[in-house]
Design a protein around this ligand. Structure first.
Ligand SMILES: NC(=O)c1ccc[n+]([C@@H]2O[C@H](COP(=O)([O-])OP(=O)(O)OC[C@H]3O[C@@H](n4cnc5c(N)ncnc54)[C@H](O)[C@@H]3O)[C@@H](O)[C@H]2O)c1
Length: 254
């Protein structure tokens, strides 16, 4: 059995990850951490541990992998503690600055294996590949990225949209990114990015390529967070066999 710990265990994603572990047959939950609800039952005889006890509990329990869905500021410390304790990682949290990402990569490299992805759904990973193909041919078209999420999401634009922008920049050579528009502004050679926050939308991403007389839209819509949770569990199964280093979901999907 693969021994799994989860941080953000009581959150929207963390609780679904625990559901997936329960269904898996080859994994067992050995610890769950949160900053609220200490002592609440999670699965089997595992109860919520206080986030502050992370290092102590990891050292005692020695999980094979820790899955993190918390917040960017919390995840940096979690990743550092897990890497120092020799626990492999799956990081689904989004909203990291470049500095935070570098700090995590420095903690991971040479110590443990980690899959870091702003989106663990299989469909989104295909969406990124399709974007690269479309943008290579349509580099002279106007390109706009439009994402929509529920009204509780803290970071904007989404990590998935930012990853899409990176793909588009690499394929087109465009460097200028414009976040929303207001006032008298003419469109330049740029990628436009727009974030909608409303209701309980799980996660929509559309990339629009518009040229003379036509437009192409590539769109992904998540219907349920279970698409992300099952992908994260799949990444956990993969990462426990990987050599130390930082990986993304394309490595997992081959
Ligand atoms: N990669 C993906 O596929 C994917 C999919 C959905 C959401 N996300 C990202 O995952 C993150 C969490 O999303 P959510 O919707 O589950 O949020 P949420 O607010 O429902 O859950 C976050 C949980 O983390 C807990 N937490 C905060 N600090 C902690 C700490 N130091 N230690 C342990 N627990 C801590 C909170 O109390 C909360 O229960 C966000 O960054 C979101 O953008 C990623």
């Amino acid at each position: 059995m693969i021994k799994v710990a989860v941080t953000g265990a009581l959150g929207r994603m963390g609780s679904l990850v625990i559901e997936e572990i329960k269904k898996s047959g080859d994994m067992e939950l050995v610890a769950g951490f949160d900053i609220r609800g200490a002592g609440k039952p999670l699965l089997g005889d595992v109860h919520v541990s206080e986030a502050i006890d992370l290092e102590k509990v990891l050292t005692r329990i020695r999980p094979d992998v820790l899955i993190d869905f918390t917040s960017a500021s919390a995840a940096v410390g979690t990743v550092t503690s897990a890497a120092e304790t020799g626990v492999n990682l799956v990081v689904g949290t989004t909203g990291f600055s470049e500095g935070q990402l570098d700090q995590m990569k420095r903690a991971i490299n040479g110590h443990v294996a980690a899959v870091i992805s702003p989106n663990f759904s299989i469909g989104v990973n295909v969406f990124w590949r399709l974007l690269a193909e479309a943008a290579t041919t349509l580099k002279d078209y106007d390109i706009e990225v439009i994402e929509a999420h529920h009204n509780q999401k803290k970071d904007a634009p989404s990590g998935t949209a930012l990853a899409a922008v990176d793909v588009l920049k690499n394929a087109t050579g465009i460097t200028q990114v414009v976040h929303g528009r207001k006032g008298m502004t003419l469109r330049g050679k740029e990628i436009g990015v727009h974030a909608v926050r409303a209701g309980d939308i799980v996660g929509d991403h559309t990339v629009l390529f518009a040229g003379p007389g036509e437009r192409l839209e590539i769109k992904h819509q998540a219907h349920s967070r279970s698409a992300f949770a099952s992908g994260a569990v799949r990444a956990a199964r993969w990462v426990v066999k990987a050599n130390p280093g930082v990986y993304n979901m394309s490595d997992v999907l081959g």
